[in-house]
Ligand binder design. Structure first.
Ligand code: 13P
Ligand code: SF4
Length: 302
């Protein structure tokens, strides 16, 4: 069935001029079937630039929504409509409006792991790879509200020296990684470099040699001398890194490191999405326009 699905996917995507985009946390077979794999920033840029008529987004809903916000004239498909991000669900537009009312004049920086409605209420978006530069771009005399990830927010504070009003959201997948688990891996693999995602808690980040987005971790492993790396991010990520760096030894920072939502999309669902043109992602135009401004502002900075 998988081989049939793969053949069908290859044929059908040409027929409808579709681009298959995948995040690094997708199942290995989905990453292999994709035309483009990237972190959130690279995927957003690619969505804005592609001349495909259809974008099939193998990721979670906020990523597919961002593609639609940036490319409203394109058909954007999410092969499993249930694929969401629990962190993005930790803040609503209404909650953000209430917070803004308490801090009038504050600039709202919104991590892209958020709904279109929350992006629409924000001044500028950021991803894990450009959050530091986005915050540095804000005038020193302005207060900043940072939503929804408290761990990314704390990391940005440590890098910029800017105190921010942090929303108490977190990624349930990265937030459970402990400093003790990192220490255990360091004892098992002395000499290994430790590189983690900024969604990890501060005490984990304190132990790391480097803190990067998913694409940044790949780049770090490729460009850093040494054979061994302890990786603090979701397990699907190892697939492409190991393919690109076959001579490096990669160790996941904890044994269970899985984002369930990222695994909803299978080859069969991808084939089905292309066949049935489902599930089409739509964002109401008034919200799209405002969210577009926040995303565009981010893209113009970093
Ligand atoms: P990246 O932008 O680093 O790929 O991260 C997205 C994400 O959801 C991490 O959990
Ligand atoms: Fe959301 Fe965390 Fe999954 Fe990324 S890994 S999509 S932040 S739940």
């Amino acid at each position: 069935m998988s081989r049939d699905a793969l053949e069908y996917i290859a044929r059908r995507k040409k027929e409808i001029n579709a681009l298959i985009m995948a995040h690094y946390y997708q199942l290995p077979e989905i990453q292999d079937a994709a035309d483009f794999i990237g972190d959130s920033l690279q995927l957003a840029r690619q969505a804005a630039e592609t001349d495909a008529d259809v974008i099939v987004f193998c990721g979670v809903s906020f990523m597919a929504e961002s593609a639609k916000i940036l490319s409203p004239e394109k058909t954007v498909l999410l092969p499993d409509i249930e694929a969401g991000c629990p962190m993005a669900d930790m803040i609503t537009a209404e909650q953000l409006r209430e917070t803004k009312a308490r801090y009038p004049g504050a600039v709202v920086v919104c991590y892209v792991n958020s709904s279109a409605e929350v992006k629409a209420e924000s001044d500028i978006c950021c991803t894990s790879s450009n959050a530091v530069n986005v915050v540095k771009s804000i005038p020193e005399d302005r207060e900043i509200i940072f939503v929804p990830d408290r761990n990314l927010g704390a990391y940005v504070q440590s890098q910029t020296g800017r105190e921010m009003i942090l929303w108490e959201g977190y990624c349930p997948v990265h937030n459970i990684l402990t400093a003790q688990e990192i220490e255990e891996q360091m004892q098992k693999h002395p000499g290994a470099k430790v590189v983690v995602h900024p969604e990890c808690p501060p005490e984990v980040i304190a132990k790391a040699d480097a803190v990067r987005s998913t694409a940044g971790i790949l780049q770090y492993v490729q460009s850093t001398p040494g054979q061994e790396f302890i990786i603090g991010t979701e397990e699907g990520f190892l697939h492409t890194v190991q393919k690109k760096c076959p001579d490096k030894n990669l160790y996941l920072a904890r044994t269970e490191f899985m984002c369930q939502d990222m695994k909803y999309i299978t080859l069969e669902k991808l084939a089905n999405a292309l066949r049935e043109m489902q599930y089409q992602v739509e964002v109401p135009e008034a919200i799209r326009q405002k969210a577009h401004q926040s995303l565009e502002k981010m893209l113009s900075i970093a």
